[in-house]
Design a protein around this ligand. Structure first.
Ligand code: ZN
Length: 417
């Protein structure tokens, strides 16, 4: 008990909480945005209190790859397949304005806050079509959501480097304006030589600005695409081991096993990590004439077994690429365990880590934890087990950022009997 004049012991006390890996219910004491204590019971005055009633408390979610500049723009132009989207994306974004990008990004961030996303690594097109318009719009949205969702920006040359000669200069400007990472998409180039130039240019920029790389590799499920291998070799050549993430990597799932194992060895040598985007890729890829072989999850199991860090991102929401998505990382984890064939309890747990702790590691964020000393960036679920969180989508939950409730879901359903 403290002196009343000194204020309460806790800003917030969460009682009857369950943590992953710990069957004993605990109280979580939060002060000044930090978890100060976790114990079977905590005494003292508290300014506010949440009774978790045995519900799981987890770190808040991290989306490591999301094209926030394009969200909710599908009415301008929607593509029937990925090739059309690649070819015509510039037609849609030529209409973007700073205010329009800001407004759409804020609508996405409200959904992110509601569903428990505490950090979002946003891909922003920087190219001849949108120049720095999208980047400025997302910067404004990022500033408005400070203290609710931490947004970091990846400057992404969607239209290429060789194919879009304006891109390198614009990327430099975006990096000078505070981009946290530089992106890439070598397969958009016209030849393998141009793809190599694209990869080289991005790695040089990353080294010059001392930022990590987050590059789209082999998005299309075409066996002839080899840009993941190209990036792994370039990463080692530039001494950028541990600073490079490749996303999508769908062609890897189509390579013969021997070739895939060889490429995964190169990914390991380069100390790279991989982000998969199963929601959008499951629906968008695989041609139109038959049921797709590709499941939109690269080779998640083989990568995890080899010791590569793998995370999952939401990618798109109602844009030229993809119609659906409501920014719920629980739905993303649910889709990931299905598309990647994660079946055992341990694998399901890994699927959940792919949208929490593994995703945090991929974007270079501090390791999130429900433990004393960690930031109080948490989600309090009504469900009491991981399986129930995934099974009872969307489920009730409260999202805390720096110990303050910033969003939540009030799931409900009814029946006559
Ligand atoms: Zn992407």
């Amino acid at each position: 008990m403290t002196d009343a004049a000194a204020g309460p012991d806790w800003d917030l006390l969460i009682d009857n909480a369950t943590r992953l890996d710990d069957a004993t219910p605990v109280s979580i004491g939060i002060r000044a945005g930090q978890i100060e204590a976790v114990a079977p019971s905590l005494a003292g005055h508290t300014a506010s209190r949440i009774d978790a009633r045995g519900g799981l408390v987890t770190p808040s979610f991290v989306d490591p790859h999301f094209h926030i500049d394009k969200v909710l723009s599908r009415d301008l132009l929607g593509a029937r397949g990925p090739e059309e989207a690649l070819a015509r994306a510039h037609e849609a974004k030529i209409h973007f304005t700073v205010a329009d990008v800001e407004e759409r990004a804020c609508r996405a961030l409200r959904l992110a806050a509601a569903h428990g996303i505490g950090r979002l690594h946003a891909q922003i097109d920087v190219d001849f079509a949108t120049r720095l318009v999208s980047f400025e719009g997302v910067m404004r949205a990022r500033d408005r959501f400070a203290g609710i969702v931490d947004v970091t920006l990846v400057a992404f040359p969607q239209e290429g480097i060789v194919a879009d000669p304006e891109a390198p200069g614009l990327l430099r400007e975006a990096l000078s304006m505070g981009a946290a990472a530089v992106g890439g998409l070598p397969e958009v180039e016209a030849s393998e030589e141009d793809q190599r130039t694209h990869v080289e240019t991005i790695l040089e920029l990353a080294a010059a600005f001392d930022v990590p790389v987050e590059m789209h590799c082999d998005y299309l499920d075409r066996i002839e695409l080899k840009t993941l291998e190209m990036l792994a070799e370039g990463t080692v050549a530039h001494g950028l081991q541990g600073r490079v993430v490749a996303s999508h990597c769908n062609a890897l799932s189509l390579y013969p096993d021997e070739e895939a194992a060889r490429v995964i060895d190169k990914v390991l040598d380069a100390d790279m990590a991989i982000t998969v985007l199963p929601i959008a890729n499951l629906q968008m890829l695989g041609g139109t004439a038959r049921t797709p072989h590709n499941r939109g999850s690269s080779r998640v199991k083989e990568l995890l077994d080899a010791g590569v860090n793998v995370a999952a991102g939401a990618d798109n929401m109602y844009d030229i690429w993809y119609r659906f998505n409501r920014m719920d990382p629980v739905e993303l984890a649910h889709m990931t365990v299905h598309s990647a064939g994660l079946r055992t309890d341990e694998e399901v747990r890994e699927g959940f880590e792919m949208v929490t702790t593994r995703a945090a590691r991929i974007i270079g964020a501090p390791a999130p934890a429900v433990a004393a000393g960690a930031p109080a960036d948490l989600v309090v679920f009504e469900a009491t087990s991981l399986v129930d969180i995934l099974r009872r989508l969307p489920g009730r939950r409260i999202h805390l950022k720096n110990g303050r409730p910033v969003g939540g879901l009030e799931g409900s359903c009814w029946a006559a009997l």
